[in-house]
Design a protein around this ligand. Sequence first.
Ligand code: G16
Length: 543
Amino acid sequence: MEKLTVPTTPIEGQKPGTSGLRKKTRVFMQRHYLENFVQAIWTAIGGVQGKTLILGGDGRYFNDRAAQVILRMAAAGGAARVIVGQGAILSTPAASNLIRQRQTDGGIILSASHNPGGIDADFGIKFNMPNGGPAPEDVTNRIFEATRTITAYDIVESRDVDLSRTGETRLGDMIVEVVDPVADYAALMERLFDFDAIARLIAGGFTLRFDAMHAVTGPYAKAILEDRLGAAPGSVMNAVPQPDFGGGHPDPNPIWAKPLVDLVMGPDAPDFAAASDGDGDRNMILGRGVYVTPSDSLAVLAANAHLAPGYADGLKGVARSMPTSRAVDRVAAARGLACYETPTGWKFFGNLLDAGRATLCGEESAGTGSDHVREKDGLWAVLLWLNILAASGRSVAETMQAHWREFGRNYYSRHDYEALDKTVADALMGDLRGCLAVLPGQSFAGRRVTEADEFAYDDPVDGSHSAGQGLRIGFEGGARAVFRLSGTGTEGATLRVYLEDFVDDPTRLDLAPETALSDIVAAADAIAGIGAKTGRLAPDVIT
Ligand code: G16
């Protein structure tokens, strides 16, 4: 088997964002593009000689081709073994689990998460560390630096490795081990949750729907929810993964999973419904007539996790990303738990989980997880919810009502302005940054600003400092507006505006969120001038 050293030159723009490198699929398909980035990963981690890696992805268009290239480059780099999900498929949490369980040197995950798939849509790649979590900033910075100085990459010439059957083969001296993508993950879930109690609940007539959105969780959800827990056949919808996710947008929110939301709001609603995203790390939770915001879901899970066997000893602490609502902070305060506020990006939770400072983490962007892996985990959240419902005997609606009565309610919404001209978006953020100092004391739409700053994070474990993580404006009464630019988009810039208001008046716990938040929305626009500066009269997506 011949090893080739292929001369190349740096390619602009290979800077990993919030979660790895995400670009248009056709960009990744350009000559040398993927190869340059993979070689840069090898450089950043000190080479792959003698190492064992995990490899898999969410099955989107180009997943299979990219996996073959990576295998050939790993072999050329002298890797000892690559463990690959059958068909090059692994959900992100399952990959994180395998990295940890098999005590590997890390892994490569091929995914652009909730972004659409296809030759004209998006592709992505990221490296996860031996702890199973996304590479932290010092590593992603090293990867980026290596992409800027690369002169050649190594690859072996070979036929494609057959990834369709489990078992071991060789690529030169490297072992390629193809594994069932579901088995280890399902076993982990069974250790954490009371499957018998959930199965009894379902056998007693409790109905559920899970929308896999034609993405990677289909096989996982069918194996666990239908085959192990006894949900009726067909409870898992859109269960067959497709390279273009059936032409949809595999983002589990009320916009992109509207048919599921319509179902729970209609006459044939199941007791419980949920959806997950392209790579299986996000989740949306619904009950009959109820949509649970991701921030509320995190708070409910934190308040009730002890009802599941894996968390029966209680939580070490909780963590949320800065733009996530502060509902979980109230649970932490009431229960005497440590509560951490990190920048957006799951990678920031890794140190807290490794150091045993936090057990549960979550983000407004539909991500919740725990120390069982080092990624957020969609099906895990679904199973923890089901375990809580089975143990408490409450419906989703009753759970939410009880939660708000005990802790108060943080009304919450996120407004996204997508594909903005980058210069316009940068100017808007620059102007806002420039006026933060003079905002406190001023009133907008009848709400007085009490504080305004740019969020920066000092990691309490390794002392690293992350600056420029979003602009926060706090209002009297616990309301907040946060502004940041997305780090996962592939087109122009996406402005995210996160809006929150706190209510503990028992007569105001059941307002429509848009009503509860109307003055904060108006205040945010008055402060930032979004309409005037971008020409956009309304957000593209409201979640
Ligand atoms: C990724 C990150 C999350 C982040 C989300 C949105 O999720 O892992 O931590 O909250 O992107 O990031 P942004 O607001 O910068 O677009 P995923 O599911 O896309 O991997």
